[in-house]
Write a protein that binds this ligand. Sequence first.
Ligand code: PLP
Length: 698
Amino acid sequence: MSHMLAVPIETSPGGIGERVVAIIQARMGSSRFPGKVLSDLGGQPVLWHVIDRTRRAKSIDDVIVATTESALDDSISNFCAAIGICCFRGSEEDVLDRFYNAAKHLKADVVVRITADCPLIDPGVIDEVVACFKEGDLDYASNTLRYTYPDGLDTEVFSFAALETTWREAQKPSEREHVTPYLRTGKFRTCNVQSTLPVAPGAYRLTVDYPSDLQFLRKLYEKGGKAASLESLLKIFDQEKGVLHAPERTIPNEGYYRSLAAQASPGVAPRLKLDQSFAWLSRSLKVIPGGSQTFSKKHTQYVKGAAPIFLQAGKGCRVTDVDGNSYIDYVQGLLPNILGYAHPEVNNAVARCIDAGHSFSLPHPLEVELAEKLTQLIPCAEMVRFGKNGSDATSGAIRLARAVTGRPRVACCGYHGWQDWYIGSTTRNAGVPQDIRNLTSTFRYNDIASLEKLFTEYPNQVSAVILEPFNFVEPRDGFLEAVRNTTHRHGALLIFDEICTGFHFGLGGAQKMFGVTPDLACFGKAMANGFPVSCVVGKRDLMQIFDEIFFSFTFAGEAASLAAAIKVIEILENTDALSVIAASGKVIQDGLNVMIRETGLSERIKCVGRPQWSLLKFLDTSGNDDIVLKNLFQQEAVKRGLLLLSTHNMTAAHDTVAVQETLDIYATVLRTISEWLQDSNPARFIEGDMSQPVFRVR
Ligand SMILES: Cc1ncc(COP(=O)(O)O)c(C=O)c1O
């Protein structure tokens, strides 16, 4: 393979510290926007800006452009010659090879990878990533492992040695085409550089994917000028985005996800050895009705024979079953393990508490400490009462609302737990007297008329409106406000069931996220990373009534779980855990949705909701739930090492290696299922009894 240098340059002699070389990857061929790198931005080609801004980074010794040997890219080489920049040309398909040879030629000790579609790349951000690389004694540092920066500032820094190993070992087409995936497979010492900018990930796009992006950046550039700082660019972006027509959203790394789908080979995965699971099941069924304490954890929730039935250990995002098979767990105990299994700091806090006694005969100060903390974090929380399960909290809140209003009825929307007042409204209502069932009615999310109708039907009888303020569908503009106003107009209390939204979407719950404050709210699940604690919080005058009703049980103030909750909150407040959860969830959701499209399944499988807690929907050709498809997907995923129901219950422990493994598995599962759906009877590929839905509420 020949590597032609358009303009030879002097390389610095080396030996005086490490030689840091930025390699800007550029080509004229782009499926979405051919020729973008030489398109004009404020009087200079896009590529010129990338070079200019990269050169301003203090940590960089040399800047070079790497392009292909294709005649199409002669113009890039000519441009580099004209401005006196080294241009290295190499393989069109094997970008890793091109990259490696460019780095070798330039005698780089440390390589900084920049792509040519980022004309507003920030020198300060480049320096931050290089500094992190150097300080951390790493092989690879990047701000792209999780998206916390505005798009268009992507910087990857790695040692030449790590690049050389990658060049030698990486086999998959996606690893050759996208240069750095192999560096992120867990074999190298890596680090993600987290943005300290006070901006939401993905809120800004400073990259050029489409002509419309360039038009937008031109206007931004006009206002900011050549050397505009990142802060000033973001300020202009904010001031002008309405006027300037901010560019359409694209999916970061879309090309990479496409490669994953393209390289995956369809095929049925071998069956897992599950002898111990089945042995435990048969023992269990003799002494435990149904063989599980929780419907959603029961053996009927997965394809019988394909999935484990008993787990015995968990660490971080991974679990091991009783046969020794291990899985990346997207169920996470049905959402509680927000930091992942066996988090050392949480477990230590619990252990310390247990050593000092934890089920006391009088209240414990931790009750006060946790209650004080929650009142600082949750908008509606002026006072707090604790429980163990989410159902304790929702049922306590309903009893309180009935006591306060003197009314019997409840309007609900979502799932709210196992107690009579709620479960009587579902199809699994055996054992709930009709009189109680009659008291709860359901309304539809994002349909205020369906709530109004209940108030008309039952005038002055509704004590409370309880709803999950959000799960997988965004509230329509004004919906939550309208629910609050309607509820209050009719003299009822508004209760937000934040058992699931509590903490994955921030410590203030969905009420803080959407700026609508209810009268009462219920939290549980993720409060204590798997230790059992829940709470009702709310306005002081209402909460005081708890002293009059009966909401009282032996374990409500059990101290070890309170210690766990305090530690979880401390970690969520003081670390990047919540942004890791969002960022890892986004890679999974983006990657999955691109691969679903690439495998022709867009109409059949959808990953909806927000990245912290996204939902997989399986649809038949008429758009109804497709249970066969869901079972096929779950079956092939679990056999390959992914334990999932239908949501991604993200934790801070789902690291980039686990996320990458997940995408690789999804790619194969999707390719396989896509083939099976061509069959006249795809159900024949299901390897055991299908899962049995408990009932559908979402
Ligand atoms: C929204 C919501 N509310 C209440 C509950 C009941 O919580 P628990 O099962 O802890 O009683 C759940 C449980 O899944 C839930 O998802």
